[in-house]
Design a protein around this ligand. Structure first.
Ligand code: ADP
Ligand code: MG
Length: 241
């Protein structure tokens, strides 16, 4: 993996002249996990899409890019809420999809190692419809790891999971994506309280940083400082316009 850059976005976004967000300023430090927390419809996914170099339909009056000034395109992996697995491919086929799409031979040894990292050894020959929601998201995470990009953008990747699967996925992702520049969109204060080295609260009024407790992540979900911070984020969400 090449060195993980910082990311930034500032300005206002519109689609067909309709305002989507802004003015905002988003700074994502390099090699850290940043949560972008906010209610539905506030523009979080649009921020992420712009960071990913997607969003051709969006007009950004401002700037977006990497801190080192180099193009981001080939350095970004995106993981979304729906796992986007191909139903006719097995786990190994889905994990190696990127190489196939690029016309390269799949790296099967690496795929095996990554599948083991996400705890799916023994499921490698199964198709997505034979897996639970949590297992499918593990496959999506494995595919992200397989691409080995220094920047990882996560758009509510755990929100469809039950509470236990979600906590396990949070732990796994925090461990396996450590050292990369992660921007993680979520509407869940508890999730941001566990995972963020930085937490940016996005409301109609703009984006503000709400510094989390010190110490390593993922934070214990029931530690007093995690719960206190989660409560603080929740109160800020409740008064957000
Ligand atoms: N392609 C689009 N065309 C028109 N409006 C859009 C489009 N994509 C998003 N929007 C609007 O932009 C706003 C922000 O959307 P989004 O970035 O998806 O918010 P969030 O991820 O915070 O829920 C919403 O009001 C949504 O309806
Ligand atoms: Mg969204």
């Amino acid at each position: 993996m090449t060195a993980a850059p910082a990311l930034h976005l500032s300005g206002c976004a519109t689609i067909d002249g309709a305002p989507i967000f802004g003015p905002v300023s988003v700074e994502v430090p390099r090699g850290r996990w940043t949560c972008l927390l906010g209610p539905s419809g506030v523009g979080k996914s649009t921020v992420l899409r712009l960071m990913a170099g997607l969003g051709d339909e969006v007009t950004l009056e401002g700037t977006v890019g990497a801190g080192d000034g180099a193009p981001l395109g080939a350095r970004v992996a995106l993981m979304a809420q729906s796992d986007l697995l191909l139903p006719w491919l097995d786990v190994t086929g889905n994990v190696t999809l990127g190489a196939r799409l690029r016309g390269q031979p799949p790296q099967l040894d690496r795929a095996r190692a990554v599948i083991e990292q996400v705890g799916l050894t023994g499921h490698a020959a199964k198709r997505p419809d034979a897996l639970s929601g949590g297992q499918r998201q593990r496959v999506a995470l494995a595919r992200t790891l397989m691409e080995d990009r220094p920047v990882v953008l996560l758009d509510e990747p755990f929100s469809a999971l039950d509470a236990r699967s979600r906590a396990l996925m949070q732990d796994l992702a925090a461990t396996l994506l450590a050292g990369r520049t992660v921007l993680h969109v979520t509407h869940d204060a508890a999730e941001a309280a566990r995972l963020g080295h930085n937490v940016l609260l996005m409301t109609q009024g703009g984006i503000t940083s709400v510094p989390p407790p010190d110490g390593p992540t993922p934070r214990q979900f029931d530690a007093p400082e995690t719960l206190e911070y989660q409560g603080r984020l929740m109160r800020l969400l409740m008064v957000a316009q």
